[in-house]
Write a new protein. Structure first.
Length: 255
């Protein structure tokens, strides 16, 4: 065997590989478990604004996640677990986490942009997704969406379509309802309710917009309800107070 140079070369290579593997494991284990690569900084920024500021996620929420959910050093910190922890915050839609050599963890948050309220307990973002942020004050008044579970995307999409159709009249939607039978109802900020039904909603609403200036506006009265579910027209209901004409006093001419 000792005269077999080929065998000796193979044995030498094998021993060298084993020594190199052991050395690599030792060095790697030391690097992972030692304090040479501590995680000294967690940088958190937002992508919704140009300057990286966050509008709804608070410093207290970030500090709580950093203290309770981030563990390990620069090499061992779990990026997926960190991302999941930030995405559980009420106003965070997505989070991306990456290491920045040599001692920093960079976290970038996309915040929800509120489009409407979902009933009285949640909010709907501009992607039609429901999120739990109703307890936090939002800028300005938001319309209210009411619909069956899992219908927020459809309601958000129709809200955008209906709002565009109503732009010529400058009538804003304050509440949009989708029933369990998939029938649509619009509440306008002027108090008028538009009944659209389940079919041809855009066509019916466009007919209302076209007829408003030609006929409805000429009534010089506030409309309380407009039923647009007719094929050739629509029915209009006035407020009860405006339907009752004032009674004239019965005066007699003095002799």
């Amino acid at each position: 065997m000792w005269d077999n140079h080929h065998m000796l070369q193979l044995l030498a290579n094998l021993l060298f590989a084993l020594v190199a593997l052991a050395a690599t494991y030792t060095i790697g284990s030391w690097m992972v478990n030692s304090s040479v690569f501590p995680l000294k900084q967690v940088s958190v920024s937002g992508i919704n604004s140009g300057n990286g500021e966050l509008r709804h996620v608070t410093r207290e929420q970030i500090d709580k996640v950093v203290r309770s959910k981030i563990a390990g050093n620069f090499l061992t910190v779990d990026l997926d677990a960190t991302r999941d922890a930030f995405e559980k915050l009420p106003w965070v839609r997505t989070a991306t986490v990456r290491r920045h050599w040599p001692q920093t963890l960079e976290v970038t948050l996309e915040e929800h942009v509120a489009m409407a309220r979902w009933g009285s307990e949640a909010l709907v973002n501009t992607h039609g997704e429901v999120f739990d942020g109703a307890a936090i004050t939002v800028d300005g008044e938001l319309p209210v969406f009411i619909g069956p579970p899992e219908s927020s995307f459809d309601v958000a999409r129709q809200y955008a379509t209906f709002s565009k159709l109503l732009q010529p009249l400058r009538q804003n939607i304050v509440q949009l309802n989708l029933s369990l039978r998939r029938a649509w109802r619009i509440h306008l900020e002027n108090g008028t309710v538009l009944e659209l039904g389940r079919d041809q909603m855009e066509t019916r609403l466009a007919r209302y917009v076209l007829a408003y200036d030609r006929s409805l506006a000429q009534l010089n009265q506030q409309l309380s309800y407009v039923d647009l579910r007719y094929s050739n027209g629509f029915a209009v209901r006035m407020p009860e107070a405006s339907q009752q004409e004032p009674r004239k006093p019965n005066l007699k001419k003095a002799a």
